[in-house]
Write a protein that binds this ligand. Structure first.
Ligand SMILES: Nc1nc2c(c(=O)[nH]1)N[C@H]1C(S)=C(S)[C@@H](COP(=O)(O)O)O[C@H]1N2
Ligand SMILES: [Mo]
Length: 395
């Protein structure tokens, strides 16, 4: 029949109609029982847990590195940051297979027809877009960042931090929106499922769990030494590097190969002190030496333990007459670079485990580990364990 208005022959409208019909029929084509609300709800619960853990451990890391003035992080337990950051990074990696499985289980809904039914439907879909985009952004940039592939012009920590709020906000609203489905699928018993559907659902979820477990198994050795041989996918092995400890920034990259060897090297303690100190290496070595076993716990998830020997930061601060609640800024010979100084607040510098170390595992520090002097403190991100230390400013 020709168009009643234009009297055009029907062939002219056919491509549009055919496309509409195709898209309309798409959801019906995804016949796998794994594209079900039940699978989506089960994976959703696990994703909700893992994103919550990532948010909490991520905020711990952020606020340890950028504490507001009233916030005082404890220096114990010694391994706390090592654990929270290991959980953050390795848990994040294990979330990748989980997220892919979830996206696969729900992707037929991308072809919902009509795409937007109402304003509230549009808002709901926009929210899902934000959720999926945010989750992919966090996991992909996080993975690239720990692999040292900085493929973007922005600051990763800032982007990762702010995106986490957007993502978690979208996640909370999503959970509220979907809660009825979760309850209907997971907590009400009257739903009967054909036995073969149950079997294939369990097999699928088992495969996803195995993929997550395998991800942990081949990376956890970067912080858990007994499994270091299995850490084939970890960007850093905990025992590969000069003196058996990994290095991120070398002395060469930091531009300090000349300055660290200058015979006029001094450690100065200055600022709000009774008596400024200016100490040679020989004078530092003549002070009481202490040996502590502490890890370097990098924000990238790897960590490595060593025996460090040197002078207590507390002894230096007391000798200079710093107030017990003072804030110390430890400065490096490295001229530029985001990590060339770090703040040490009272709980950390008063801890007898906090040293300016001269030796690692019995030998003088390798230039790449901070020769002649480096900061090492308990429960502290690696980025704050300043290497090539030359000055302590008290305020
Ligand atoms: N001056 C300075 N100190 C620094 C860094 C840096 O770039 N410059 N990197 C930090 C980071 S990110 C880590 S994880 C540790 C690593 O110490 P290591 O190289 O001895 O293992 O050093 C920290 N100290
Ligand atoms: Mo680091």
């Amino acid at each position: 029949m020709n168009d009643p208005v234009t009297n055009d022959p029907p062939a002219r409208r056919r491509p549009v109609e055919a496309a509409t019909a195709l898209v309309r029929s798409l959801p019906g084509r995804f016949t796998s029982p794994l594209h079900s609300e039940r699978v989506a709800a089960q994976l959703g619960i696990w994703l909700g847990i893992s994103f919550t853990v990532a948010l909490v451990t991520g905020l711990i890391s952020h606020f340890m590195q950028h504490p507001p003035s009233w916030m005082l992080w404890p220096s114990r337990p010694v391994n706390l940051y090592r654990v929270t950051q290991g959980v953050h990074v390795i848990g994040g990696l294990a979330t990748i297979p989980l997220l892919l499985a979830k996206l696969w289980s729900v992707y037929p809904r991308l072809w919902q027809w009509p795409p937007l039914r109402s304003l509230s439907h549009a808002v709901e879909r926009g929210l899902v877009l934000l959720l999926v985009g945010g989750a992919l952004f966090q996991l992909i940039t996080g993975l690239l960042n720990i692999s040292y592939a900085y493929l973007w012009p922005f600051s990763f920590p800032a982007a990762h931090y702010w995106t986490s709020y957007v993502l978690y906000g979208a996640l909370l609203i999503h959970v509220v929106n979907e809660w009825a489905k979760v309850r209907a699928n997971l907590w009400t018993r009257e739903r009967v499922e054909a036995p073969e559907v149950t079997r294939s659902r369990r097999r699928f979820l088992g495969t996803v769990a195995a993929a997550c477990g395998l991800t942990v198994l081949v990376t956890v050795g970067e912080t858990f030494a007994p499994l270091s041989k299995l850490a084939v996918l970890a960007p850093r092995a905990p025992d590969v590097g000069p003196q058996g400890i990994p290095v991120n920034r070398t002395a060469l990259a930091a531009g300090v190969t000349e300055t660290i060897r200058r015979p006029d090297f001094r450690l100065t303690v200055t600022g709000a002190v009774r008596a400024e100190l200016s100490l040679t290496l020989a004078e530092l070595t003549a002070m009481p030496q202490h040996t502590v076993r502490l890890p370097i716990s990098c924000v990238e998830g790897w960590s490595a333990e060593a025996d460090w020997t040197g002078v207590r930061l507390r002894d230096l601060a007391e000798r200079a007459g710093a107030a017990p609640e003072a804030v110390l800024v430890v400065e490096s010979l490295e001229r530029s670079g985001a990590y060339n100084s770090s703040e040490v607040r009272a709980p950390h510098w008063n801890d007898p485990l906090t040293l300016l170390a001269l030796r690692i595992n019995g030998s003088p520090l390798d230039p790449d580990h901070g020769y002649p002097l480096r900061l090492i403190a308990p429960n502290r991100p690696g980025v704050l364990q300043t290497k090539w230390v030359t000055r302590v400013v008290v305020s």
